[in-house]
Design a protein around this ligand. Structure first.
Ligand SMILES: [Zn+2]
Ligand SMILES: [Zn+2]
Ligand SMILES: [Zn+2]
Length: 266
C-alpha cells in the first residue's frame, strides 16, 4: 500500500507539480522594463498605474513608498503632504482660479447628469491641510471640507480643497463636497448623521466618477474601509437601488429617514 502511494506521488510530481514549479520559476526570472526606474530588470510585482493599467515594477522600486492615488512608487510630495507618483503629479490643481473653474464644471456636471443643484454662491478655497483645517490622522484623510456659516444673518457657503490633488481626484472630492452642499439644503436633518452624510457624499462622488468613466476614483471610494466613509458608502449605495438622480435619491433618503420624528433616536 505504502509503495503504491509513493509511486502515485512520484508520478503526480512528475506530471503535475514539476511543470507548475517550472512555470513559476520562469515567471520570477522574467525581465521587463520597470515602470518606475525604467531599467530592464527582474519583475517583482505588477502594480496599477493612474489609468488602472497593470505595469511591472522591479524589486527595488516595489519597496519604495507608494503614490496615494495609484499603486506606483511615489516621487513627489505635494504642498498638502500627499505622496504622488510621476504620472499623478503631472496634472494637479494648485491654483485658486483653476480650482474655481474646475468646481464650476463639476457643479454643472452634477446638475446635468444627476439633477443635483443648489443656486447659491459658493466660495472655493484651496490650500494645505493646516490652512484649510483638514485632518489627516490615518483614520480619516480629509481632502476637502464643506463649511456653511451664517454671517450677519446671511448664509455663506465655502468649500475648501487640498492643494496639489491630481485633477481627477480633485473633481471627485469636489463632487463629494457639493453633495454636502446639496444635502444641507434638501435634507438638513441628515447632516448630523455622519454615516449617512459622508456615505451619501461618497456615493455621489462614486456616481460622478462612474459618469466620468473614472474607474480608479470609483475604486478609490470602494476601497475605503472605515465605518463612516467606507461603511456609509456601502450602506447608502445599497439603499439607493434603481434611483439615479438627486430627486430620486432624496425620496429614498426621506423614506428611510422621515422628517417627522427625526429626534427619535439614531
Ligand atoms: Zn525599478
Ligand atoms: Zn499615482
Ligand atoms: Zn464629507
Amino acid at each position: 500500500m505504502l509503495k503504491r502511494l509513493v509511486i502515485f506521488f512520484f508520478i503526480a510530481a512528475v506530471l503535475g507539480i514539476f511543470p507548475v514549479l517550472l512555470s513559476a520559476q520562469e515567471k520570477a526570472s522574467s525581465t521587463a522594463k520597470c515602470a518606475h526606474c525604467r531599467k530592464e530588470k527582474f519583475v517583482s510585482v505588477q502594480a496599477k498605474n493612474a489609468t488602472g493599467k497593470l505595469v511591472p515594477l522591479c524589486y527595488e522600486c516595489a519597496m519604495l513608498p507608494r503614490c496615494d492615488y495609484c499603486q506606483l512608487p511615489s516621487e513627489v510630495k505635494t504642498d498638502g503632504g500627499d505622496q504622488l507618483c510621476r504620472d499623478c503629479a503631472k496634472d494637479c490643481i494648485k491654483d485658486k482660479t483653476e480650482a474655481e473653474k474646475v468646481m464650476k464644471d463639476v457643479r454643472q456636471v452634477l446638475n446635468t447628469k444627476f439633477k443635483m443643484t443648489t443656486k447659491h454662491k459658493i466660495i472655493y478655497e484651496i490650500g494645505n491641510r493646516k490652512d484649510l483645517n483638514l485632518e489627516a490622522d490615518g483614520e480619516h484623510n480629509e481632502l476637502g471640507w464643506f463649511d456653511p456659516k451664517t454671517i450677519r444673518n446671511k448664509p455663506q457657503y465655502t468649500i475648501r480643497i487640498l492643494t496639489g490633488l491630481p485633477r481627477d481626484v480633485f473633481r471627485s472630492v469636489g463632487a463629494h463636497e457639493l453633495a454636502h452642499d446639496w444635502m444641507s439644503e434638501e435634507l438638513p436633518h441628515l447632516m448630523d448623521k455622519p454615516e449617512i452624510r459622508e456615505g451619501f457624499a461618497e456615493f455621489v462622488a462614486w456616481s460622478f466618477s462612474k459618469a466620468e468613466g473614472n474607474k480608479r476614483m470609483m475604486e478609490y471610494t470602494e476601497r475605503r474601509t472605515d465605518d463612516v466613509y467606507g461603511g456609509g458608502f456601502r450602506k447608502v449605495s445599497a439603499m439607493m437601488g434603481d434611483a439615479k438622480t438627486a430627486p430620486e435619491w432624496k425620496a429614498v433618503l426621506l423614506k428611510e429617514f422621515p422628517l417627522k420624528g427625526r429626534k427619535s433616536g439614531k
